[in-house]
Design a protein around this ligand. Structure first.
Ligand code: URP
Ligand code: ZN
Ligand code: ZN
Length: 462
């Protein structure tokens, strides 16, 4: 691999930006300095007028995920990580899902089979903990020995992977003892099931009923319970895909009183509102995910919590189902619409656009999309930051390169994008993964997968 010298760019550092040159050699960032003289044989990339940022770290994806006996996500690791890389994300963490009654190790083996040798960007897994029994603490220890120190529990989906309050409490105790992090999907599963049953009787084909069955308080109730349990157990919890003002306020208060809680939101909760469920025909199904889209007021509140530091990360919850043939399963029953949307390819550009619209400094965007997730999940400083010694995972962003998001130009293997038509004013021109150029002049040039599994050892920086 050739050494590369990126010159004259505005480099986004941990909490500032400065005009610097960057030398890449042997897969890592060798030097960052005011002016670096070229060496013989070195490739020079003039990044004058561009921003240089750390490659994105998306810690919430679902690739190759079974959703029913004859249904799985349209993107697998090959297409999903290729799309991630094309969009400037160089590391993902996917949720591995074991059989609800089976050993976690079996689930991990299955996820390695899906991902190893088929991933274009670097990757790791969080392990879903679908129950608690006496063997679970040992199984968590086994996971940690296998490089997986982060876990996931669901307070909904009780028919499959969800857990009871008692199980959640025990899981938190075990995760605390193992010094891991527990990611949690927060919705009150019992209440939303009651509401689904009632609304189904009223009008099963009405897509808006998806949102009405899971209103803001269904999320807030679960988040409140989870942060209180975290306070009781001392566990570090990471609340995935927070969608409401109310839930974010619960997190803010918990943080103030010292609870170890981290907050994630997703681009769709800041770009799209619940009027999408009133689109004509079956169009609204394209926006069915859980939690659902919310009001414009919620969207605004989430953006303001990004700015004031309550939100720690922005991840995608990429979980793609085709509109034709997959989402369509729910034409006559809103509860049968597969939940989830594609976003892994557009996350970075959507966040760059938000920075421009909302006057958020780019170092803040880099913190939310790369630095903080890398720190929380034990990958920093190898990932998530531009500094000497870190992996040369780098993106070069060119301002004033207006383009429009369209399903026609995406790499994601799915027949729509929920962000269709959104205008983006900058473009991710170049992407480097461990020093190798994967995107040149906005085009993916990487043809074969060479993503590496990230064995995560200690969670020292959270
Ligand atoms: O609707 C969603 N979010 N699907 C993916 C699974 C999950 O709950 O994160
Ligand atoms: Zn979830
Ligand atoms: Zn998810």
């Amino acid at each position: 691999m050739k050494n590369v010298l990126i010159k004259n760019g505005m480099v986004i550092l941990e909490d500032t930006q400065q005009k610097k040159d960057i030398r890449i050699a042997d897969s890592i960032i060798k030097t960052i300095d005011d002016e670096i003289m070229p060496e013989e044989g070195e490739e020079i990339l003039d990044a004058g007028g561009c921003f240089i940022m750390p490659g994105g770290v998306d810690v919430h994806t679902h690739f190759d995920m079974p959703a029913d006996v004859d249904l799985k996500t349209s993107d697998d690791f090959y297409t999903g990580t290729r799309a991630a890389l094309a969009g400037g994300t160089t590391t993902i963490i996917d949720f591995a899902e074991p059989d609800p009654k089976g050993p976690l190790m079996e689930g991990l083996d299955i996820w390695h089979e899906k991902a190893d040798g088929r991933s274009f960007c670097d990757y790791s897994f969080h392990m879903t903990v679908p129950r608690f029994d006496e063997e679970m603490p040992d199984q968590l220890t086994e996971m940690i020995k296998s490089g997986i120190p982060t876990f996931k529990a669901y307070t909904a989906y009780q028919d499959s992977l969800g857990v009871t309050d008692a199980e959640l409490y025990r899981i938190m105790q075990s995760v605390k003892a193992a010094d891991g992090v527990l990611c949690i999907h927060c919705e009150n599963g019992d209440i939303l099931k009651c509401r689904q049953a009632d609304l189904r009787k009223e009008d099963a084909a009405c897509i808006k009923n998806h949102a009405l069955s899971r209103p803001n308080l269904v999320e807030k109730e679960a988040v409140s319970k989870v942060v209180d349990m975290a306070e009781l157990t001392g566990a570090c919890v990471y609340i995935v895909h927070i969608s409401t003002k109310e839930a974010m306020e619960v997190v803010e208060r918990a943080k103030k009183r010292g609870v170890k809680v981290k907050a994630e939101t997703c681009p769709h909760y800041m770009y799209l509102d619940d009027s999408k469920y009133e689109l004509p025909g079956f169009e609204g199904a394209k926006y069915v995910m859980s939690p659902p889209l919310r009001s414009k007021e919620d969207m605004k509140a989430l953006v303001s919590k990004l700015k004031d530091g309550v939100v720690d990360t922005v991840a995608t919850d990429h979980c793609s189902f085709n509109y034709r043939g997959q989402k369509e399963r729910g034409r006559n029953d809103f509860t049968a619409i597969p939940n989830g949307i594609p976003a892994v390819e557009q996350r970075m550009e959507l966040m760059l656009e938000l920075a421009e619209r909302e006057e958020i400094p780019l170092y803040k965007i880099a913190q939310l999309t790369a630095l903080n997730p890398a720190k929380i999940f034990g990958m920093y400083p190898k990932k998530g930051v531009l500094r000497a010694g870190s992996d040369a995972d780098i993106i070069v962003v060119q301002p004033d390169r207006t383009h429009v998001i369209s399903k026609e130009t995406q790499y994601q293997d799915v027949d729509y994008t929920p962000f269709e038509g959104i205008v983006i004013h900058s473009r991710i021109q170049h992407v480097f993964l461990r020093g190798e150029q994967a995107v040149r002049e906005g085009k993916l040039i990487k043809e074969t997968p060479s993503g590496e599994f990230l064995y995560r050892e200690y969670l020292t920086n959270r």
